[in-house]
Each structure stands twice: as structure tokens, then as C-alpha cells.
Write a protein that binds this ligand. Structure first.
Ligand SMILES: C[S@@+](CC[C@H](N)C(=O)[O-])C[C@H]1O[C@@H](n2cnc3c(N)ncnc32)[C@H](O)[C@@H]1O
Length: 224
């Protein structure tokens, strides 16, 4: 098993934010939103539902959510000013300022009351965080009882050979920058066993995490 190797937590240069925004995330984002909507009981998704998206980046997932669902509003947070600048422009261009609000804050210290969101979602933030349990604990804290926690991230492969095979398979047509970003992110990602340990620390069922592709795990669970 290769050890976890961290990458910088926030993506806060103009270059990083622009490169990230310009990569084609559409297929991954569409799947994220449709999987999350399938997991979300109709009883918790209505006009007044407030959904929290952590590490929103340039807000492409909130925008895709609004395309797929006419119900629910999103509070989207990130710690990187440069990401948030592009997120604001993307939301305005999509004419979604009434449904998506942006807040700069740290996912490890959320400035929200306990039990205030019906749904907490996040794609690809966990591998950025040195102590992911701290962020997961805060996600659970702000989620209402019966609310949905839906978190997806990359999954660290067992060996460098497997890691390089994933880089070749999924980024062969991308720039060197994107390939390197994907490689570093896979090195920084958690394994399913490490996520199970986190779930146990939060008193959540270990079955809540499943490997959902050759390179992703997903936690999907209703808060008991
Ligand atoms: C790989 S991007 C994912 C963006 C988006 N969720 C998506 O799927 O397109 C990870 C984002 O998490 C943000 N991030 C990392 N650590 C954070 C923290 N502690 N609090 C808030 N945002 C954080 C980064 O700045 C970056 O925008």
C-alpha cells in the first residue's frame, strides 16, 4: 500500500483556479448530481431545502444541481479567494444568484449552527485536507437529523503502478498540468478502509462508504 502524500490544502492561485475551471468536469459533475439526487429522499428536497456544498471550487456542481433540480437552494463554501471569484462569475453567468450563495470559510470550522442543513454534499475536498476527520465531523454537526450526507472523493490506489495506470487511462488527452494534478490528488486521497475508520469515529455505519468507480469512493447516508 502506498502511503498518503498530502498536496496543498487550498487551490488559491489565479493559475490553479483558471486551469481547474477550464478542465472538462461535466461528465463527473453530472454523475455526482444525479447520484446525489437518487440518494436524496423526496421528503428532504423541497423549495425551502438548504443544501451545503463544501469545497465548491468554481461552483460547477451547484450550477449542475440547479439544472437537474428545480427545488432547493445551495450554500457553497470554499477557502480559496481565486476559486470564489470564478465561482461568482459562473453563478452570475448562469443567472443563479437567487439559488446559490457563496461563503468564504474553512470546511474544518464551519460558521454555521448545529443541525441547520437538510443535505451536505462535497466532491473532491477530502483529499486536500490533512485531517479529514475534523471536516467530516463538522459536516455531521451542521446536518439536521434525518438529513443526507453525500461525500465523494478520489480513492488512493494500492501501488504506484496502479496509480500511473489510472493517470494514463483518465487523463491521456489532458494537459501535463492536469495529469500532474490528478497524480498528486490520487497520492493524497484516502483508501476505503481509511474512510471506514473515519465513519466509525463519527458513529456512522461503515456500510455508508462504497467504492463507486475505479478511482472514487462515496459516502451516502441519512443521519440517524
Ligand atoms: C478539487 S477542488 C473540487 C471543487 C469542486 N467540489 C468540484 O468538484 O469541482 C477542491 C476545492 O476544495 C477547496 N478546499 C480545500 N480545503 C478546503 C478547506 N479546508 N475549506 C474549504 N475549502 C477547501 C479548494 O480550495 C478547492 O477549491
Amino acid at each position: 500500500m502506498i502511503p498518503r502524500r498530502l498536496e496543498p490544502e487550498v487551490m488559491d492561485t489565479q493559475h490553479e483556479a483558471r486551469e481547474y475551471d477550464e478542465m472538462d468536469h461535466s461528465g463527473v459533475n453530472e454523475l455526482f448530481v444525479s447520484d446525489f439526487l437518487s440518494a436524496c429522499p423526496q421528503s428532504i428536497l423541497n423549495d425551502s431545502s438548504d443544501i451545503l456544498d463544501l469545497g465548491t471550487g468554481t461552483a460547477l456542481i451547484p450550477i449542475e444541481f440547479c439544472r437537474q433540480s428545480k427545488q432547493g437552494n445551495i450554500t457553497a463554501i470554499d477557502l480559496a479567494d481565486e476559486m470564489l471569484k470564478l465561482a461568482k462569475a459562473n453563478i452570475e453567468r448562469a443567472d443563479l444568484s437567487a439559488r446559490v450563495r457563496l461563503i468564504k470559510c474553512d470546511a474544518k470550522q464551519l460558521p454555521f449552527e448545529n443541525d441547520c442543513f437538510s443535505v451536505v454534499i462535497s466532491n473532491s475536498i477530502i483529499h486536500h485536507i490533512p485531517e479529514p476527520l475534523v471536516a467530516m465531523r463538522d459536516m455531521v454537526r451542521v446536518l439536521k437529523l434525518g438529513g443526507l450526507l453525500f461525500v465523494r472523493d478520489l480513492m488512493r490506489p494500492d501501488s504506484v503502478d496502479q496509480l500511473e495506470a489510472l493517470v494514463d487511462q483518465h487523463t491521456s488527452n489532458e494537459t501535463d498540468y492536469s495529469r500532474q494534478l490528478f497524480r498528486q490528488s490520487l497520492h493524497a486521497a484516502l483508501t476505503v478502509s481509511e474512510v471506514v475508520e473515519m465513519l466509525e469515529g463519527l458513529h456512522l455505519p461503515r456500510e455508508a462508504v462504497v467504492a463507486t468507480s475505479d478511482r472514487h469512493w462515496t459516502v451516502s447516508t441519512l443521519l440517524p
